[in-house]
Design a protein around this ligand. Structure first.
Ligand code: G3P
Ligand code: MG
Length: 244
């Protein structure tokens, strides 16, 4: 079985999501990669946080793209998890500095583009990828497929994956038409091996999220998906090992 295991928002079962400790833990577990979420701060910095607002994951309040990096860095992003008090929202640069030596891959999910159709985030993520020598180890996903199409127009080499949550018909045709290299479906929408086989016939990778329990992980492995994106990389890696 060749399915890769990516830690969703880092090892977010055991560390605060989208923080350096969560990415460190993913590396220590020897996950194949991590998924993370990127927004632009008010002063144009790439910051790693899931929501548009800081309320759920930090001790502050406010809208991420209306706050400067300095303001965001004053917040505690430990989410009340013991042992992580004082951990900060990281920049994408800090994550690359941490992960560059590890060889892990990075799935950068572009959140900014869900409300900013100027796509200001795109040149910034590409420049950072290049500066840290991460080319070939980074791929981009978004629920905004226009953003991913824009990336492909910039360069066919940029790897992209279409995020979606509905049970789409003939999604391989759609992916080829965008175009994109992969689909990133909610795993609930993967009903049988046919979808994976059809995507593979079109050379489109299949990377479902967020697959967290044993039965669902086994099901994804059996369907031979390319990657599982999971909050529990430890469990996924153990099951993969047991399955050989
Ligand atoms: O990239 C997979 C997954 O993270 C997409 O949804 O809301 O968790 O970012 P969300
Ligand atoms: Mg995400």
């Amino acid at each position: 079985m060749n399915t890769q295991v990516f830690a969703h928002r880092g090892a977010s079962c055991t560390a605060p999501e989208n923080t350096l400790p969560a990415f460190e833990q993913a590396a220590a577990l020897h996950a194949d990669g991590v998924e993370l979420d990127v927004h632009l701060s008010a002063d144009g910095q790439l910051v790693v946080i899931h929501d548009d607002t800081v309320g759920r994951t930090t001790n502050g309040i406010g809208v991420v793209h209306q706050m400067t990096l300095e303001q965001l860095k004053t917040l505690d992003a430990s989410m009340g998890k013991a042992g992580f008090a004082g951990v900060k929202i990281p920049t994408l640069e800090e994550v690359y500095r941490l992960l560059q030596p590890t060889g892990l891959q990075v799935n950068v999910e572009l959140k900014e583009n869900e409300y900013d159709n100027g796509f200001a985030v795109i040149p910034k993520v590409l420049a950072l990828e290049e500066a840290y020598g991460m080319s070939g180890r980074v791929f981009y996903s978004s629920f905004n497929h226009y953003a991913l199409r824009e990336m492909k127009h910039l360069s066919a080499k940029i790897q992209t994956g279409l995020l979606y949550a509905a049970a789409l018909v003939d999604v391989w045709d759609y992916a080829a038409s965008v175009p994109a290299d992969a689909i990133h479906p909610n795993f609930f929408t993967l009903r049988d091996k046919n979808l994976v086989l059809q995507c593979h016939a079109f050379d489109i990778a299949v990377r479902p999220w967020t697959v967290d329990n044993e039965a669902d992980l086994q099901n994804m492995f059996e369907q031979n998906v390319d990657t599982v994106i999971t909050n529990d990389p430890e469990l996924a890696l153990r099951l993969r090992k047991e399955n050989g």
